[in-house]
Design a binder for this molecule. Structure first.
Ligand code: FMN
Ligand code: SF4
Length: 428
């Protein structure tokens, strides 16, 4: 039976001691695991495929399909890596799940590991996450003590070990193959794909990497079935999604909404509208890497994979950054370029050099004023960064650059030479 609640992931959020095993069990926690062991691993994969659950780390790849790529005949162990690195600017939703409902994540890990026939999971957690790390550590310890992890879990004959690994503060280690390198004790740099991690991953073994939010949705799917999950969201984007809303809204925070929810309602109804009653100027809907939307887009766009794509952007990680009319979009873009130039791992020339050039041009634009030739140069550099590198960090800067130039040309024109009065207001 489908419960009458409207939410899947955040039902325990805000409840006293929601992070403890006692509260988790009292509120239906670990129920799906009992059902899990009556199913064959392939049946679990099929159920998750049928649910339409797509990865919530940013790329939106079908979770069940990814699991089905794991070969079972290599003679090597299979690993699950939980991506809890959450470093995308504007994104802070995994943090909430780790802090307020760590056992839900562990339940999801058990489901995923059983489905891919893995007996070892690693949780790679952002180094700066202190409280989330404490909470997941004590939840793992509680689960071991109760026999929910370790040998013969839930007396099923199935063994599972979970190890927590803290990152050291590099954004690039959230990219799945850089995460694997870092976990192996090396410098966190992305690997060339193929081979994909599902085939050659951690220590050369088949490995699935999934985001915290993706895994946290699994207990609901196994408890209530794929059809129940599909009652939320749209046909092509089923389920719910967490949106971390920041910037110029009256009530920022993390909200769980069915996919397909109007972005305008999220800002106006759920977040109390634009700060100070000002006019909305722009919204970055899916974390800093995705193309920006203007106020006109916000009138019609829905928060799902398809609608955002139709409006030239992406759902990404669900990090919604709201900017009001007072923001200079050149300044906002430079904020991004500084971040990406700093975080580029430096392996690929278009990314290492391109992100630095974009940053330098934008700084010059702000300090001394720019020209239309600078605009053309920014477009040219961005086009030469996209699709030409080992990972998509280069695209994560190039796409915003092109979209900011396209949607807010007047903010750049205001900084053309001869109009430097505004530019001088910026102290860099
Ligand atoms: C530069 C970069 C940073 C990323 N950071 C994260 C991150 O912090 N957390 C995350 O889950 N995925 C991140 N990703 C996406 C991962 O590479 C990967 O797609 C994801 O962990 C897969 O899990 P999912 O299928 O459940 O979404 C990042 C990707 C790139 C290119
Ligand atoms: S695109 Fe950038 S971050 Fe990604 S591997 Fe190449 S240099 Fe490193």
């Amino acid at each position: 039976m489908v419960p009458s609640m409207s939410l899947i992931l955040t039902n325990r959020v805000g409840q006293p001691e929601s992070y403890t095993l006692q509260v988790f069990e009292k509120t239906g926690g670990y129920q799906s695991v009992k059902k899990l062991f009556s199913l064959q691993p392939n049946q679990v994969i099929d159920e998750v495929k049928n649910s339409g659950l797509r990865g919530r780390g940013g790329a939106g790849f079908s979770a069940g399909l990814k699991w089905s790529f794991v070969p079972q005949d290599t003679g090597k162990p299979v690993y699950l890596c939980v991506n809890a690195d959450e470093s995308e600017p504007g994104t802070f939703k995994d943090r909430l799940l780790l802090e307020d409902d760590p056992h839900q994540l562990i339940e999801g890990i058990i489901i995923a590991c059983y489905a891919i026939r893995s007996h070892t999971a690693y949780i790679y957690i952002r180094g700066e996450f202190d409280l989330p790390c404490q909470r997941i550590r004590s939840a793992v310890a509680e689960a071991y003590a109760k026999g929910y992890l370790g040998k013969n879990i839930f007396k099923s004959g199935y063994d599972l070990d979970v190890t927590i690994h803290r990152g050291a503060g590099a954004y690039i280690c959230g990219e799945e193959t850089a995460l694997l390198e870092s976990l192996e004790g090396k410098k966190g740099q992305p690997r060339i794909k193929p081979p994909f991690p599902a085939v050659v991953g951690l220590f050369g073994s088949p490995t699935v990497i999934n985001n915290v939010e993706t895994l946290s949705a699994l207990p609901f799917i196994i408890n209530h079935g794929a059809a129940a999950y599909r009652r939320f969201g749209t046909e092509k984007s089923p389920g719910t999604k967490l949106f971390s809303v920041s910037g110029h809204v009256n009530k920022p925070g993390v909200l769980e909404k069915p996919l397909g929810y109007p972005l305008k309602d999220l800002i106006e109804k759920d977040c109390g509208g634009v700060l100070g009653g000002k006019r909305l100027k722009a919204v970055v809907p899916g974390g800093s890497s995705v193309p920006v939307l203007n106020a006109q887009d916000v009138e019609t766009v829905k928060l799902d994979y398809e609608s955002l794509m139709q409006h030239g952007s992406m759902l990404g990680s669900g990090g919604v950054i709201v900017l009001h009319e007072g923001v200079d979009m050149l300044w906002a873009l430079r904020n991004l370029s500084r971040f990406y130039a700093h975080e580029s791992c430096g392996q690929c020339t278009p990314c290492r050099e391109g992100s630095g050039w974009v940053d330098k041009i934008l700084v010059r634009f702000l300090r001394e004023g720019g020209t239309s030739a600078d605009i053309e140069l920014l477009k040219d550099i961005s086009n030469n960064m996209m699709g030409k590198t080992i990972c998509v960090l280069a695209d994560a800067l190039a796409m915003p650059v092109l979209s900011y130039l396209k949607k807010f040309p007047e903010d750049f024109a205001a900084h053309f030479r001869g109009k430097t009065a505004q530019a001088q207001m910026h102290v860099l």
